[in-house]
Design a protein around this ligand. Structure first.
Ligand code: IPD
Ligand code: CA
Ligand code: CA
Length: 273
């Protein structure tokens, strides 16, 4: 009998093929909120994933972004983001994925993130490890904040209230660079595989990060919130990294939270206008 993870990967591949078809022919979008996009591809992918999960695991609960989930009767719960990176997708920017993760009694036990553009399947199982296309992956060994390549994201909801630009600026000045590619799940998968050294974001939902959190942990990395408290899928923010730069990032973030700018914002002089 296939494992939960094998079944999740099979479903993610099927959904990824569906997303690729929609991507090739370009789809229009609707707005769920002021800047929060949704497309027919999000909905079609979610129908497919939820249908398959209900066929294989009729007693499991499913929490899915577009509302197609349901309350089950067992201790198992799936988190489904049928299309992570919708804004990219709607603009033809090829960075998106489908991601599924499974929790048993509140503990993440399996998860996968499938990027159909690069045919990359990131997968993790509790206590077994993290893998990219079946090959073991591990976090990077970069220990100095100044030598990191990091990533973040900005929410599409209530973004005018978001503080992240302060963190973004400090990290942009103090590291090799900050990427904002538009897919939180892939950002986490890239931390797990050592392509990035750290990722942080405010206001993510459980379906954005469940699989990625397990991947980073199983790849030897560290995940907490941005104050160093235990990570929660329902918490206000998340910090995931290779473990070696964790304290350095928490130190910097602590300064920003308390209103101190290690690198002050530049003044705009009349001559620069
Ligand atoms: C979004 C992406 C993005 C992140 C947003 C998420 P969606 O997910 O992961 O990178 O910055 O916070 O909402 O809406 O494309 O599934
Ligand atoms: Ca998402
Ligand atoms: Ca989504």
């Amino acid at each position: 009998m296939p494992s939960y993870l094998e079944t999740a990967m099979e479903i993610a591949r099927e959904s990824g093929a569906l997303l690729s078809k929609y991507f090739e022919r370009r789809v229009s979008f609707e707005l769920k909120g002021e800047y929060d996009l949704v497309t027919e591809a999000d909905r079609a992918s979610e129908r497919l994933v939820v249908d398959r999960l209900l066929t294989y695991f009729p007693a499991h609960s499913i929490v899915a972004e577009e509302g197609g989930g349901r309350q089950g009767s067992s201790e198992y719960c799936w988190y489904v983001d049928p299309l992570d990176g919708t804004t990219n997708f709607a603009h033809g920017f090829p960075v998106f994925n489908v991601t599924l993760a499974l929790e048993r009694a509140g503990e993440l036990v399996a998860g996968c993130i499938y990027d159909p553009t690069r045919e990359e399947m990131f997968a993790a199982e509790l206590g077994v490890g993290a893998f990219l296309n079946n090959r073991r992956i591990r976090v990077s060994k970069v220990g100095k904040l100044e030598e990191t390549l990091v990533a973040t994201g900005f929410p599409s909801r209530r973004r005018h209230q978001n503080l992240n630009v302060h963190f973004y600026y400090q990290m942009g000045m103090l590291t090799h660079g900050v990427r904002r590619a538009g897919s939180a799940a892939l950002d986490l998968a890239y931390v797990a595989s050592g392509r990035l050294d750290a990722f942080w974001e405010f206001g993510l939902n459980p379906w954005d990060m469940a699989a990625g959190v397990l991947l980073v942990r199983e790849a030897g990395g560290q995940v907490t919130d941005m104050l160093g408290q235990p990570a929660s899928l329902r918490g206000p923010h998340i910090l995931a990294d290779n473990g070696l730069v964790h304290q350095g990032m928490l130190g910097l973030f602590g300064e920003v939270f308390s209103g101190h700018a290690r690198v002050p914002l530049p003044e705009v002089s009349p001559a620069q206008r």
